[in-house]
Design a binder for this molecule. Structure first.
Ligand code: TMP
Length: 215
């Protein structure tokens, strides 16, 4: 099944909120129903995006300037838009992205203090009018989410990334940044309660997505 012009969905949230699991469950469900789905992850996915991701998350790069961080996020995203997102939408597919520009609004715009206007200007430059039709932000309290993120890093022996390493207050500001976006764009940006079982949360996500499939 396909859509004229495609359908673009994104997942957002703080580290450890469960968005990646919920994205996987949604993609499986959509594919099970016969939809063609293309996945994307920011920063990353394309060969160039993966190289940019390494630079962005390398703990050695502690001196990275906030504006450099912002522009690298958009460099990865511009490449993904050209290689993956726009072509899939043109084929009428559903594109689901693990993070997109709302992450930059929350992390660089709000938590790092660069401001929403600068992020929006960079978005227009890198991506023109490309916007998701719906964004799901998984809402989990900060303590639970960060505990989970730390546990996962320890279990996978992944080094904590440069951005994971930020203070509790930084992550609190990220969450506040997402709340601001939700206030500004309530139709597109939906917080979904991230407490309960994976299946319960998946049911809440589905309730926000399913109406778009009938349009
Ligand atoms: P991930 O852990 O969800 O893969 O995200 C990688 C890190 O990059 C995470 O700490 C959030 C951060 N990030 C930003 O700061 N700005 C952005 O625009 C994006 C996409 C991610």
């Amino acid at each position: 099944m396909s859509f004229a012009g495609g359908l673009f969905l994104t997942f957002e949230g703080i580290e450890g909120c469960g968005k990646t699991t919920q994205m996987r469950l949604l993609v499986e469900r959509l594919r099970g129903l016969g939809y063609r789905v293309t996945e994307n992850q920011e920063p990353g996915t394309t060969a160039i995006g993966k190289q940019i991701r390494r630079v962005l998350l390398d703990p050695e790069n502690s001196e990275m300037a906030p504006v450099a961080e912002l522009l690298l996020m958009f460099a990865s995203r511009a490449q993904a838009a050209a290689e993956i997102i726009r072509p899939a939408l043109a084929r009428g597919e559903i594109v689901v992205s693990d993070r997109f520009t709302d992450s930059t609004l929350a992390y660089q715009g709000y938590a790092r203090g660069l401001g929403f206007d600068l992020v929006r200007t960079a978005h227009r430059l890198a991506l023109d009018e490309l916007q998701p039709q719906r964004t799901i932000a998984i809402d989990l309290d900060l303590e639970t989410a960060l505990r989970r993120a730390h546990r996962r890093n320890a279990a996978t022996s992944d080094e904590e990334s440069r951005i994971d390493r930020q203070s509790f207050d930084f992550h609190a500001r990220v969450l506040e940044g997402y709340r601001r976006v939700a206030e500004l764009e309530p139709e597109r940006f939906r917080f979904v309660d991230g407490s309960g079982s994976e299946q319960e949360i998946a049911g809440r996500v589905w309730a926000e997505i399913e109406p778009l499939l009938r349009k």
